[in-house]
Write a protein that binds this ligand. Structure first.
Ligand code: TXA
Ligand code: MG
Length: 351
């Protein structure tokens, strides 16, 4: 069991000290919880990969407290970097920029670029100030599993591998940062809490998605065999997956009631869950009020995609813990943050 630390000045000081000295500490951010280490400490960074079971070809994000600190680890001269930072930092944006030589190769998996993010969660900022060094931190989950949005989620799946978890409550965004490649070309490598529309508007031109993302959006992505780094190496087709099998549907109100009867013939009711995007109206199905059955869930009261983003990972974990074997989930509307929720859902559903 890892020890929980609080937001008390004493614990914040301790977290900073531990991080500086090379200990791993799970920390809250506004997106998801991260498993942090001093980015300049190769040994500590290696232990992040080992704790997560993450392949060494999948580079980490370096978290910084200020734009000036970003300039220590990355070349921030690209005018687009300044524009994006001005508008979205601190916040759930990660920029992939040319790397400075002080960043160990292990952090960037040997890439010439480094992913940099400035979190806006007040407690993360205090921990970073206390540590005084940039923090390499991936999401604090075993590789491939659902990202954690509470301190207890981290305890549940990594508690036996790490010593400390700072508890900052539930994450505000609930899904990871948006990753933008800021080089000669500007591309979105991962959809996230900041929308593609907002990035395009800030830069005054439409910003394209990386090819892998477009393929996933079209549900045509071929799995990466993990043999070589890709543009966004962590964007494997299958990721963010609960143990239960996930199946996506376009319209739950239409598709769930007949499915309910159909699935029931092959699986007992306690083995499958139905997840609507918003609280369902009364729906008949399989001889009762289907919408009030105990295996029916929803991601938001009113259909807000931001609420769905906040809830989605916690619900997947809850359904796993409850022992469901099959989860049917309705897709979000595919715009704004809904597109990022759909990206996570299609990866969770990938074979
Ligand atoms: O919201 C977030 O970004 C969270 C919090 C903790 O900050 N972090 C996070 O880290 O989601 P992680 O490691 O789970 O996902 C980082 C993604 C991976 O897909 C990785 O391949 C990609 O960022 N990445 C990191 N460095 C990169 C680089 N130099 N070039 C391209 N992609 C990179
Ligand atoms: Mg992750």
């Amino acid at each position: 069991m890892a020890k929980f630390l609080t937001d008390s000045p004493r614990d914040i000081e301790l977290a900073g000290k531990l991080l500086r000295a090379g200990t791993l500490v799970a920390i809250p951010t506004e997106t998801v919880y991260g498993l942090a280490a001093n980015a300049f400490d190769e040994d500590a960074v290696r232990r992040i990969f080992l704790a997560k079971g993450r392949p060494f070809i999948d580079p980490l994000i370096v978290h910084v407290a200020t734009f000036a600190q970003a300039g220590i680890v990355a070349d921030t001269a690209n005018p687009a970097a300044a524009k994006l930072a001005e508008r979205f930092c601190p916040g759930p944006l990660t920029m992939v920029l040319p790397k400075k030589s002080c960043v160990p190769q292990i952090v960037t998996a040997g890439e010439p670029t480094v992913a940099v993010r400035m979190p806006r969660h007040p407690l993360t900022q205090k921990i970073m100030a206390s540590a005084g060094v940039p923090l390499a931190a991936p999401s604090a989950n075993p590789f491939g599993y659902v990202s954690p949005t509470t301190a207890q989620h981290v305890q549940d799946s990594l508690g036996d591998k790490i010593g400390y978890i700072v508890d900052g409550g539930s994450c505000d965004c609930g899904i990871e940062s948006t990753i933008v490649l800021v080089g000669e070309q500007i591309r979105i490598l991962r959809l996230g809490a900041i929308t593609r529309e907002e990035i395009s508007e800030c830069l005054g031109a439409p910003v394209a998605l990386s090819r892998g993302l477009m393929e996933t959006a079209a549900e045509g992505a071929r799995g990466n065999d993990g043999a070589r780094p890709q543009l966004a190496p962590g964007m494997l087709k299958k990721h963010y997956s609960p143990h239960a099998q996930v199946c996506l549907v376009d319209n739950a109100e239409r598709e769930f009631p007949p499915l309910f009867g159909e699935v029931r013939r092959s699986l007992p009711r306690e083995k499958f869950a139905f997840v609507f995007q918003k609280r369902p109206p009364k729906l008949a199905g399989a001889g009762g009020d289907f919408a009030s059955a105990e295996n029916v869930f929803w991601l938001s009261e009113s259909g807000s995609a931001a609420d769905a983003a906040r809830a989605v990972f916690a619900l997947l974990r809850k359904l796993d813990a409850a022992g469901y074997e099959k989860i049917f989930i309705e897709k979000c509307r595919d715009t704004g943050i809904g597109a990022a929720v759909n990206d996570r859902l299609s990866r969770a559903a990938a074979k």
